[in-house]
Design a protein. Structure first.
Length: 241
């Protein structure tokens, strides 16, 4: 493998993984002559031993949050809480879900229990899309800060975590090299792609804005639902004012 990754993958401190890395990570390279989106690249293969050595961190500690794309997850009862809330408002889907604050607060409390370095002011968005390649819809949003919660989030705030709230396995595609733009599909044909498989309730913590990823809807038959955690003030929890 002829590239120098700008980040590695690891299991977040105090979290566990239900899949071994060989079953979770795949690598693919685009044809330089192809103008297709990265998400349609067909030539995925399991990462080799040499590729794993480049892609997966050997250790996990609290520095992993700043250094690696960290695998995280929420308990099944929290994911079920979301679907119970959605079921009560099924008539409004995919337009809008109201009353998200209790769910978001429960996620915050779980993250604090796990000592996830949440920003001082964070926001939660939930997005939904069908397997028919229809546009992704923002259906719920709530802000959290030291004074409480408020509806609405900033579209420009960086996403620092994504969690699969759907009922089926999904994947994210990463371009793990220098970052010329914020869209995987617009990258040049040079450089490998990394596909990370995520089960329901699993997600990733993104260490910086330089991590470029997109959702892979290949093979999806059900709704694709994501919980996005955003940093509203651009500072991590343990950084000075």
């Amino acid at each position: 493998m002829q590239w120098d990754p700008i980040y590695r993958f690891s299991i977040a401190p105090r979290f566990a993984s239900s899949l071994a890395w060989p079953a979770r990570l795949q690598v693919g390279c685009r044809d330089g002559r192809s103008q297709q989106s990265a998400a349609t690249t067909p030539n995925w293969h399991p990462a080799s031993e040499a590729e794993f050595a480049l892609l997966v961190a050997n250790e996990m500690n609290d520095e992993s949050w700043r250094r690696d794309v960290c695998l995280i997850s929420i308990p099944e009862h929290l994911r079920a809480k979301w679907w119970e809330m959605a079921a009560r408002q099924i008539e409004t889907l995919p337009a809008r879900i109201d009353g998200m604050e209790p769910f978001a607060r429960a996620v915050v409390e779980f993250a604090q229990f796990k000592r996830v370095p949440l920003p001082r002011q964070c926001a939660f968005d939930i997005t939904l899309s069908s397997p028919l390649d229809e546009p992704t819809a923002l259906i719920a949003a709530v802000d959290f800060n030291q004074s409480g919660a408020a509806d609405g989030t900033s579209a420009n705030s960086p996403v620092i975590a994504r969690i699969n709230l759907g009922d089926e396995r999904t994947a994210l595609i990463f371009l793990n090299s220098a970052r010329p733009s914020s869209d995987v599909s617009s990258q040049s044909a040079e450089g490998p792609l990394v596909r990370l498989i995520l089960d329901p309730g699993e997600g990733v913590w993104l260490p910086s804005r330089d991590v470029v990823c997109t959702v892979d809807r290949t093979g999806k038959t059900d709704l694709d639902v994501w919980l996005l955690l955003k940093d509203e003030r651009g500072r991590m929890k343990d950084e000075p004012e």
